[in-house]
Design a protein around this ligand. Structure first.
Ligand code: OSB
Ligand code: MG
Length: 390
């Protein structure tokens, strides 16, 4: 438990918010290059083709970030698909039922739509941001956050330079002050590199791994590698098997002392309940994009809290817009582990917003109205904008 203890602003009673009048919705795309390529078991990302949703509203525009990668490699969603479904389906369907909108209306009006959770989440957050700006309330306070800063971890990709480069990167992040390290693993890059980290940085290092579903639950060699990781005193093993193999996670969990954490498999509160109740997940990574917004994220937190399961806030290499929402979520009661809520300079030379900075291993939770960050106008000069106003 690394959170500061502070009473919530208004325990359990998020302020009721007036609807925001929406004049138009814009899809804003900006190309961003990562400070270093990020490799996982599903591939390498060198940058992001960032898709933002901007809702035009008189008291202040609302912003949300769609966290899709360019290709459908993490889940079925990808950025061009998200832009298309927002433009042709989600936004028209929401606006057709009236332009005075709440974030809850977004969920209600999209009930008949299957999937596309990252796209839906971006629209939900943008509308909520506009409502909160009009009300002069910050997102964290609105949600009942209990802390003013959140402990920050960092997710370290599989480096092209192998173990020496991994050690060097981790040393750099620890110098920066990050409070825990999550190393990406895949078959062939697991026990040896992680054992090296454990030897080099000692027993006190808060260390965990994320396989992004890269292991086959029926392959004895893969299971043997995971047995090897189990010796290394890891905080958790995240998503060893593919997203749809929840029963296999439950089947193999008793084999290891290391708690299993699920990411890709947890798409909604029912999936969370089933994963927890069957023993597939002892810890849950919550990403508001993956689950379709802040409302389902809070519902998953509740499902887990009722069953004594810790949750933490994951990330999808967001810009400051998405990170602002993540940091507010990470400040809620029940979020009990450092998140992948790293500072702006871990991802970008220049963020889209005022940067998030690491202070003593923590990020400050924004307390200005709305989500707490807006893209800087100068950073949007080359953006491609699609207006959707019907
Ligand atoms: O599995 O948590 C993951 C990034 C992109 C897609 C999936 C994942 C990640 C990360 C990085 O681990 C999290 C971050 O720092 O934003
Ligand atoms: Mg993950």
């Amino acid at each position: 438990m690394t959170h500061d203890q502070q009473p919530p602003a208004r325990p359990g009673t998020p302020d009721a918010l007036a609807p925001a009048p929406i004049e138009a919705v814009e899809l804003v795309r900006v190309t961003m290059r990562l400070v270093r390529p990020f490799r996982t078991s599903f591939g390498t990302q060198t940058g992001r083709d960032v898709l933002l949703v901007r809702v035009r509203s008189p008291a202040g525009d609302g912003w949300g970030e769609c966290v899709t990668p360019a290709a459908p490699v993490y889940s079925e969603e990808f950025t061009d698909g998200a832009a298309l479904v927002l433009r042709d389906h989600l936004v028209p369907r929401v606006l057709a039922a009236g332009r005075d909108l709440t974030a809850d209306d977004v969920h209600t009006r999209l009930r008949a739509i299957h999937g596309h959770r990252m796209a839906r989440a971006a629209l939900e957050v943008a509308v909520l941001d506009a409502q909160l700006r009009a009300a002069g309330i910050g997102l964290a306070r609105h949600l009942g956050a209990s802390v003013s800063r959140v402990p920050a971890g960092v997710s370290v990709g599989i480096p092209t330079g192998g173990v020496p480069e991994l050690v060097e990167q981790v040393a750099g992040y620890l110098d920066d002050g990050y409070l825990r390290i999550k190393a990406k693993v895949e078959p062939g890059f697991d026990v040896a590199p992680v054992a090296t980290l454990r030897e080099r940085f000692g027993a006190a290092l808060a260390l965990q791994v994320d396989a992004n579903g890269g292991y086959d639950p029926d392959d004895p060699a893969h299971l043997a590698a995971l047995d090897g990781l189990d010796e290394l005193e890891l905080r958790m093993l995240e998503q060893p098997f593919p997203a749809d193999r929840v029963r296999d996670h439950a089947r193999h969990a008793p084999r290891w002392r290391t708690p299993l954490c699920l990411d890709e498999s947890i798409t909604d509160p029912v999936a969370a309940r089933d994963a927890v109740e069957t023993g597939a997940a002892a810890i849950v990574n919550i990403k508001l994009g993956r689950v379709g917004g802040i409302r389902p994220s809070v519902a998953i937190r509740d499902v887990c809290a009722a069953r004594g399961i810790p949750v933490w806030c994951g990330g999808m290499l967001e810009t400051g817009v998405g990170r602002a929402a993540n940091v507010a979520l990470a400040a809620l009661p029940g979020f009990r582990e450092p998140g992948d809520t790293s500072a702006s300079d871990r991802y970008w030379q220049e963020d889209l917003t005022e940067p998030f900075v690491l202070e003593g291993g923590h990020l400050a939770v924004p307390d200005t109205p709305g989500i707490g960050r807006t893209p800087l106008p100068a950073r949007l000069h080359d953006a491609e904008v699609t207006r959707v106003d019907r």
